[in-house]
Ligand binder design. Sequence first.
Ligand code: BT5
Length: 332
Amino acid sequence: MKEPLRGDSSSPGTAEKIVSLLAGADVDFISGEELSRSLGVSRSAVWKQIKALRLEGFDIAAEPSRGYRLVSSPDRLRAASVSSFLKSARIGKRIISLDDTVSTNSVAFSMAEDGEAEGTVIIADSQRSGKGRLGRKWASPSGVNLYCSIILRPPIQPVAAPQLTFLSVVAVARAIEKVCGISPRIKWPNDILIDGKKVAGLLNEMSAETDKVNFVILGIGVNLNMTKEQFPEDLRHPATSLLLETGTRVDRTLFAGVMLQELDELYGGFLANGYDAARKEWLERSRLSGEMVTVTDSGSLKKGRVVGIDGFGALLLDTGEQILSGDVVIGE
Ligand code: BT5
């Protein structure tokens, strides 16, 4: 990979480790001695790193008798800080955070082609060429949102891969509920809406052979703190951010950590018991159940009432039609 890595949770530097220890501390303060012992560096080296972290915007309290305490972190997506929220079995074992990239999906895809293990997550602060579906663009300004891609290597047939979209949609919906206390609705196949406005989009890409998936990249974009002015003017559908909906800024690190933890749990369930549990949860949040819809897919147009989704993630209409891909508009 040609881009410089800002943070790689599999080989964190001393500063990353200090943030991770302080963020994950059960008790408030950690003594300088304990930090120096855990990290295998001198106490003065710890102090030097604390000073450097403060210059980066970390608010770290220091009390001579008690040690150090992380009061707040700057709104930067550091791999080690996201890791400190995770107790996951697979997803996020390795997290790489980039300042700016072309597209986290493209980076993850080329790493997976080079053999990167299942569970690695690529997060970026901004994307120069964020991808939507069908060659569309995903607006990806810096400092406000979450753009991330996850490498999975599920032992499934290519035809079952769309099921994974439902896991990521449910993970994002759960994270929005947990972090912001509002319940989004899901619009098949990959949109997450609040009050009818799109707050997140998912783009999954796959490398497969006839009967075997090599890997799937789950691409997730969530508008967390985006302001009105940051949205492009020519959006296909109304869009929003969690900040615009709730009036409260979302901690990007917390959101990423909660979402990846939820995804890990859903993926573990998927590998052990299949896709049914995620499908049920997805349906409970579906915006489309029972609605009359119009679906367009590469020029073709279909109308009908939504009756459900099938075992492969296809949308089912009362006309008997099974829709594998397309754009859905509610109404006739
Ligand atoms: C999607 O496509 O909704 C998939 C978006 C996936 C983005 C993530 S970010 C991390 C990962 N890396 C990538 O490069 N991509 C993934 P689609 O359903 O085709 O919607 C795209 C359309 O939504 C665009 O044509 C715009 O009209 C609109 N749009 C663009 N940016 C948006 C934004 N930030 N929020 C809401 N709508 C947006």
